[in-house]
Design a protein. Structure first.
Length: 416
């Protein structure tokens, strides 16, 4: 399938515009890094606590922030989780950087966040327990003690299974939050006496803790170092492969283009205040492979045309190669971009940074294949004196390399 036939665009004559655009993006991203003191790292890399909280109603962000500030957590980051497929998800992520040293500091941060939330939203009878915070063990112990199903003192296993079904229904079917005890009638083994007993000793809180993630500072620093090394190793391996498969200048141009793609993507992350997490590193590695693949396709076509068009100027061969692969580039990059865009718009908050890196990276990676990598190879060939012709050079260049004596003999042979 081809979108374009007999395309004749002079890409290399516009190389200076591509370089100017890239320099502008790099300078803007670099200025953002300097102004903000570097990139924003997630809890994965800097250490701290992430608490995922789900609310029965739309979460009052200002009230949450006020409650955290009263507990000395005013610097906490509160982020609303949005999902276009489920606008009523009513969930937030509260992030707290680590205070102090050791695992005890992390546990203290978690306990302080929970305490602040309970003080702010601690509705209900204080003599009762929150069903949305109950664990299977405590719920099973309560059911055995009350015996609402009149099973007798030997029914501990049955109540343990019932408690497990209740908490599974709450966590899996209702995303950790029960709004009404009547919803529990859908659970196997639950009857009216059981619900009446739960009503008497439990209340339904306005929020529920969905998940808690804790990362130590040593682990975060190690992950950050490993992420940088993995990216550099990937670039080095690709440099060796392309240098072996083509020429070293092709490998250097491709690696510089990919490095350019990563820097511009990170610049957009800094400009738009996205956090760098492990999923973002995975997206950047995906970007490295994708951009490199697109560049190799163009380089392979340049090598083929270089054999067929030896008398043509090298920039013309590069233009011809890019034009011949243009339909393939638009088809593959366009479809991949649409997939990443849908993931960004509808994938939810958890995948937001990952999909954003793919959206930006696909555009920049496709552009750099013909706007950065190819012009670098052309510039190198021009500097080496091979810009006039693709193969061994022009006639004038050959005479210059052969010397005056050899040139005279060639001219005499030609007259004969």
């Amino acid at each position: 399938m081809e979108f374009f036939r007999q395309v004749n665009i002079d890409w290399m004559s516009r190389a200076k515009y591509f370089v100017t655009l890239s320099l502008m993006l790099l300078l803007i991203g670099g200025a953002s890094w300097v102004r903000k003191g570097g990139l924003r790292y997630g809890i994965d890399f800097k250490g701290g606590t992430l608490v995922y909280v789900r609310f029965a109603q739309a979460p009052p962000i200002d009230r949450i922030r006020q409650g955290l500030a009263q507990e000395g957590l005013g610097e906490s980051v509160i982020q609303r989780i949005s999902d276009i497929t489920n606008p009523n998800i009513n969930e937030v992520v509260i992030g707290l950087e680590q205070r102090g040293q050791g695992e005890q500091a992390l546990d203290t941060g978690k306990a302080t966040i929970l305490q602040a939330l309970r003080k702010t939203f601690g509705s209900g009878d204080p003599s009762k327990q929150d069903f949305n915070a109950a664990t299977p063990a405590t719920l099973a112990e309560y059911l055995v003690r009350r015996d609402p199903l009149a099973l007798g003192p030997t029914a501990g296993n049955r109540y343990t299974q019932l408690a497990r079904r209740l908490t599974d229904f709450r966590d899996r079917e209702r995303n950790g939050l029960i709004a009404s005890f009547d919803e529990l009638k859908k659970v196997e083994g639950v009857n009216d006496p059981a619900i009446a007993a739960l009503r008497g000793d439990y209340f339904l809180g306005d929020f529920a803790i969905r998940n808690v993630e804790i990362v130590g500072p040593k682990v975060g620093a190690q992950l950050r170092r490993q992420a940088i090394l993995v990216t550099l190793y990937a670039l080095a391996g690709m440099l060796v492969y392309i240098a072996f498969r083509f020429e070293w200048v092709y490998g250097a141009a491709a690696v510089l283009a990919v490095f350019h793609d990563v820097l511009i993507t990170l610049g957009f992350f800094s400009l738009l205040n996205f956090d760098i997490s492990l999923t973002v590193i995975a997206a950047l590695l995906t970007l490295v492979g994708y951009s490199m693949n697109d560049t190799i396709v163009i380089f392979d076509r340049i090598r083929e045309n270089n054999r067929l068009m030896r008398r043509e100027p090298f920039p013309a061969i590069v233009n011809r190669s890019i034009n011949q692969t243009l339909s393939r580039t638009i088809l593959t990059s366009g479809l991949t971009f649409l997939t990443a865009l849908v993931l960004f718009l509808m994938g939810g908050q958890v995948l937001r940074s990952f999909s954003f890196a793919l959206v930006v990276g696909i555009v920049v990676g496709t552009y750099s294949s013909f706007g950065i990598a190819a012009p670098l190879v052309v510039a190198w060939n021009h500097w080496r004196g091979r810009g006039a012709a693709a193969g061994s050079g022009s006639a004038a260049g050959n005479k210059a390399r052969l010397g005056p004596a050899a040139s005279s003999r060639l001219a005499t042979a030609g007259r004969r």
